[in-house]
Write a protein that binds this ligand. Structure first.
Ligand code: PLP
Length: 405
């Protein structure tokens, strides 16, 4: 019998958040080494508890949810979702425009697959959470990376976006707030992206999973609230704002002129009905979660864990020679830059591996976020403030004298 080989489409797939370095960290842990894993944005593993609102919702739920539900999602949950997005200014959307899936991770594919023919292009940010680039490849398309500019608060570079539009471009992905930079985009930048999409006649995919985790008195604007003449898909879910990653609860909502998206939407119906339905327990809590904005707010205001953990991290990061960064204003990530000349760094994976073995700290190198230079890494600021302070001190000691040659 011949060897069973991976299909060609797997060639470009990469998952560095749980990649070889993560396996190495698990092996170290199995040997009794205490590894601080700053690789995944999974609040529950750092002691963030299930909110009381969710506990109550589960306690009071009846037997609905035992069988398969509507392939688009449970009606009361889709109602709650459409109402949430209308409250954010996305006009005219109803429960019929909502599709619930097993996390945003699943609905990303449901959004892309019905759109792309082989070789169609999608504009994807760099750096970006890599599910987007990966999923474009898996759907037969080609991700074309546009730059988010560190010198401009990591905002998308509009000229770069414009210069990369071709006759094959079908859509642009906007991750706002962004992972891995932790930056929120202002309305003016979003308006310019809308204008580009309008002129080019392309769709917008807006991944807004961190919209409720915004700090420093800033407010999130949904890009879909800025135009009702451009077809858009807005994605969101409960993994981060309500610390419910394991519930696998995410959704997408289609907005813009219905006449333009009718056929595309039929494609989503085909795909979602084929997989019967999403996990119902994750859906049952949606109305209660979207009624409970206090949970996310309490984490991001001064005194809240996410806010204070960021402050503690920044205080120590600032002291490290050879690192610079844009202070994040949302989510719980920061994407510092290393002085590659000082440390002679040519391989960011090697840097992360050296750090892991020397300090027992696991992080994800920038290349894991489709960033094409070896000069960045992402930190997850979810452990308690004192743990993060201590980790940053250890990183500083490690970098003091680090030379990759
Ligand atoms: N989109 C972004 C930007 C993310 O950071 C993540 C998870 O880290 C996801 C989507 C996936 O979320 P979910 O747990 O809903 O699948």
């Amino acid at each position: 019998m011949n060897k069973i080989l991976r299909a060609k489409r797997m060639e470009h797939v990469h998952s560095d958040i749980r990649g070889p370095l993560f396996i190495e960290a698990m092996n170290m842990q199995a040997k009794g080494i205490d590894v601080l894993k700053l690789n995944t944005g999974n609040p529950a593993t750092f002691g963030f508890k299930q909110p009381k609102s969710i506990e109550d919702a589960l306690e009071h739920h009846t037997a609905d949810g035992v069988g398969y539900c509507d392939f688009r999602g449970m009606p009361q949950s889709r109602e709650a979702i459409s109402s949430y997005h209308r409250s954010k200014g996305i006009k005219g959307v109803t429960a019929d425009d909502v599709f619930i899936g097993n996390g945003v991770s699943e609905v990303v594919s449901f959004a892309l697959m019905p759109l792309l023919n082989d070789g169609d292009e999608v504009l994807v940010p760099t750096p970006s959470y890599s599910i987007w680039g990966n999923s474009v490849y898996l759907a037969g398309g080609k991700p074309v990376f546009y730059v988010c500019d560190e010198k401009a608060n990591w905002y998308p570079d509009i000229d770069d976006i414009r210069s990369k539009i071709t006759s094959r471009t079908k859509a642009i992905v906007v991750i706002n707030p962004n992972n891995p930079t932790g930056m929120l985009y202002p309305r003016e930048i979003l308006e310019q992206i809308v204008e580009v999409a309008r002129e080019a006649g392309i769709m917008v995919f807006a991944d807004e999973i961190y919209d409720r985790l915004v700090m420093d008195g800033l407010e999130h604007t949904s890009i879909a609230s800025l135009a009702d003449d451009v077809p858009m898909v807005t994605l969101n879910g409960l993994s981060k704002s309500h610390c419910l990653c394991g519930y696998r609860c995410g959704w997408m909502i289609i907005s813009g002129p219905r006449a333009l998206t009718e056929d595309y939407k039929q494609g989503i119906v085909q795909l979602t009905s084929l997989r019967l339905c999403a996990n119902t327990l994750g859906q049952i809590v949606i109305p209660a979660a979207l009624d409970d904005m206090e949970t996310p707010m309490s984490m991001v205001r001064p005194g809240g864990r996410i806010y204070e953990q960021r402050e503690a991290t920044i205080r120590e990061l600032e002291k490290i020679d050879g690192l610079s960064f844009v202070k994040n204003n949302s989510a719980f990530y920061i994407f510092p830059k290393m002085d590659v000349d000082k440390f002679h760094i040519t391989d960011d994976k090697q840097f992360a591996s050296d750090l892991l073995h020397e300090t027992n700290i696991l992080l994800v190198p920038g290349s894991g976020f489709d960033w094409h230079r070896p000069d960045h890494f992402r930190l997850v600021m979810l452990p308690q403030a004192e743990v993060l302070s201590d980790a940053m001190k250890r990183m500083g000691e490690f970098l003091d004298g680090y030379d990759q040659r």
